[in-house]
Design a protein. Structure first.
Length: 148
């Protein structure tokens, strides 16, 4: 499986992702992480990855992972952009951005194309749709209701 040029560029320009793993009891866990991308694999490290839940979940026998790389193209209109990847992880030693360390190496098996697929300036479709304020959620961020 391979990513498009646009997806590779996106993966190389973003710094934050969210990775989900599952523990032996079936409890999912998701956590924000920094990552490195070599054109094929996604690597997740950290200060002491051996002590993290995500690392232990893979080490204990469940290599299935999901990772989302996302950002906001615009807040007005509301246009989130993301790439969701499903794959398997293995624990490896490698020379990373900050020196040699243990990493979770994710091999992508399936992914959802970079969303939105259209230009944020496109007048139609999801990418061009106007943000409709949520009466309760937006009140939490603005301090007042956005609709009556």
């Amino acid at each position: 499986m391979s990513f498009t040029e646009e997806e590779v560029e996106y993966l190389r320009t973003q710094r934050l992702a969210r990775v989900a793993t599952v523990d032996p009891d079936g409890q999912p866990d998701v956590v924000p992480v920094g990552y490195e991308f070599d054109g094929t694999h996604i690597y997740i490290g950290g200060w002491d990855p051996v002590r993290t839940r995500k690392y232990r979940n893979v080490e204990r026998g469940n290599p299935k992972v999901a990772i989302v790389i996302d950002d906001l193209v615009s807040t007005d209109p509301w246009i989130p952009r993301y790439l969701r990847v499903y794959g398997t992880a293995e624990l490896v030693q490698r020379q990373g951005e900050f020196g040699p360390a243990r990493y979770m190496c994710i091999t992508p098996h399936r992914f959802v194309e970079l969303q939105p697929r259209r230009s944020p300036l496109h007048p139609r479709g999801r990418a061009g749709a106007a943000h409709r304020p949520h009466p309760h959620r937006d009140r939490l961020t603005t301090g007042r209701p956005t609709r009556k």
